[in-house]
Design a protein around this ligand. Structure first.
Ligand SMILES: *Cc1c(COP(=O)(O)O)cnc(C)c1O
Length: 361
C-alpha cells in the first residue's frame, strides 16, 4: 500500500517537536542504553539479578534506609507501600490532589481494603497540621483505624518546606501513625532545595527522605529511564512490600536491564536536573507578561499556565496552534508544561515563540 500525497491544504509537518506534556516522555540516552546493554542479569524473583541488587542497595543507602525494592511503576510502588503500612480496615491520610489518592485508580481501596482519608491541601501542597490532627480517628469501632500519613514532594512541581516535613512527620509519629513519601520527583525537590540552601542534592534528598518511614522514587520521570521506581524502608517493611509486589504481578525476571538504567540515572541524571529547572525559569520569563495567561512562578520543572479572560474561550484554538507549531502541552484552560532531559534551550525558545505568536495576535 502506498501512502497518498498530502492534500495541498494540509499544513506542513512541524519541523520540531517540543513535548512539554510530561517528564515521562524522555527517551533513554545513548549512554544509558549502553549501560543497559552491559547489565549483568539474573532472575530477580530468585533475588539473583546482580544489577537489581546493586540498585536496591544503592538507593537504600543514598536515602538512608535499610532496604529497597525495585518496582515496575510508581503506582505499584505507592500501592505496595500503602498496603505494607496499612492492614484491611485501616485508613491513610493523603492529599485530595495527591497522586497516591487521585491518580492511581483507587488501588489501595480496591486491592488492599485500605480506606483513603483525603484532605484538602494548602496552595503549597502541604496538608495543614491542624487538618491532619483533626482527621486522626479515635480508637473506636465506628472508625477505620488511622494508620499512616502520605505526603508528596514535589507536588505539582512545588517543593514542600523542610520545616513542614519535620513537623508533619513528628505529628504523625506522636499519634502512632507511620509516614510515606510519594517522592516520584524527590530528586527535583532535592536539587531545588540544595540550590536554595547551598547544599548538594544527595544530602537534601536524604534529609527529605529521613522524615519518612518509607519513600517511593521514580526513575522514569526526570531521571529519564524507560521504566522503574523504588520503594525504600526498613527491612521488615520491605519484606511485606515484597509479598505485595508478587501479588500484584510485579515479580520480574532479568530486570537488571532496567535497574542498570536507574543506576546510570542516579550517577548521571540527578545533578543535571538543575538544567531542567533553569530551562523552566527561562520558559516562565519568556511567557511572563503575555496577555491572556497567568501562572505562579515555577519552583522546579513544572509550570501550570491558566488561560484567563477571552483567551479562556480560545483554549482549543491555542492547543491547535501549539500543536501546529510542534509544541505539546497537557490540559486545556489550565496547561501543564514540564521541562525534562529531552527539552533543550532552543526548544524552550521555540515554545515561547509559539505562545507569543498566538497570544499577541
Ligand atoms: C508519575 C507519578 C507517580 C507514579 O506514576 P507511574 O506512572 O505509575 O510510574 C506517582 N506519584 C507521582 C507524584 C507521580 O508524578
Amino acid at each position: 500500500m502506498t501512502s497518498s500525497a498530502s492534500p495541498a491544504s494540509e499544513l506542513p509537518a512541524p519541523t520540531r517537536c517540543v513535548d512539554l506534556r510530561s517528564d515521562t516522555v524522555t527517551r533513554p540516552t545513548r549512554a544509558m542504553r549502553d549501560a543497559m546493554m552491559q547489565a549483568e542479569v539474573g532472575d530477580d524473583v530468585f533475588a539473583e539479578d546482580p544489577s537489581v541488587n546493586a540498585l536496591q542497595d544503592k538507593i537504600a543507602d543514598l536515602l538512608g534506609f535499610e532496604a529497597a525494592l525495585f518496582m515496575s511503576t510508581g503506582t505499584q510502588s505507592n500501592l505496595c507501600g500503602i498496603v505494607a503500612h496499612c492492614d484491611r480496615g485501616d485508613e491513610f491520610i493523603v492529599g485530595q490532589m495527591a497522586h497516591a489518592y487521585r491518580w492511581e485508580g483507587g488501588g489501595a481501596a480496591v486491592l488492599g481494603s485500605v480506606q483513603p482519608q483525603p484532605l484538602l491541601q494548602q496552595a503549597d501542597g502541604s496538608i495543614a497540621l491542624a487538618d491532619i490532627e483533626a482527621a486522626i480517628k479515635p480508637d473506636d469501632a465506628h472508625y477505620a483505624r488511622t494508620r499512616m500519613l502520605a505526603l508528596e514532594n514535589t507536588w505539582g512541581g512545588k517543593v514542600l518546606p523542610m520545616k513542614y516535613l519535620v513537623e508533619a512527620s513528628t505529628l504523625a509519629h506522636q499519634h502512632g501513625l507511620t509516614t510515606h513519601l510519594d517522592g516520584a520527583r524527590l530528586f527535583n525537590a532535592a536539587v531545588a532545595q540544595a540550590a536554595a540552601v547551598g547544599s548538594n542534592p544527595m544530602t537534601e534528598a536524604r534529609r527529605i527522605a529521613l522524615c519518612f518511614d518509607s519513600v517511593s522514587v521514580c526513575f522514569s520521570k526526570g531521571l529519564g529511564t524507560p521504566a522503574g521506581s523504588a520503594l525504600c524502608g526498613s527491612r521488615e517493611f520491605i519484606a511485606r512490600a515484597h509479598r505485595w509486589r508478587k501479588m500484584v504481578g510485579g515479580g520480574m525476571r532479568q530486570v537488571g536491564i532496567l535497574a542498570a538504567a536507574a543506576t546510570y540515572a542516579l550517577d548521571h541524571h540527578v545533578h543535571r536536573l538543575y538544567e531542567d529547572h533553569a530551562r523552566m525559569q527561562r520558559l516562565a520569563r519568556g511567557l511572563q507578561g503575555l496577555p491572556g495567561i497567568e501562572f505562579e512562578s515555577p519552583q522546579t520543572n513544572i509550570l501550570f499556565v491558566n488561560l484567563v479572560g477571552p483567551t479562556r474561550e480560545r483554549a482549543a484554538e491555542l492547543a491547535a496552534h501549539l500543536k501546529q507549531q510542534g509544541v505539546l502541552a497537557n490540559g486545556s484552560t489550565r496547561l501543564r508544561l514540564v521541562t525534562h532531559l529531552d527539552i533543550s534551550q532552543e526548544d524552550v525558545d521555540h515554545a515561547i515563540a509559539a505562545f507569543r505568536s498566538f497570544l499577541t495576535k
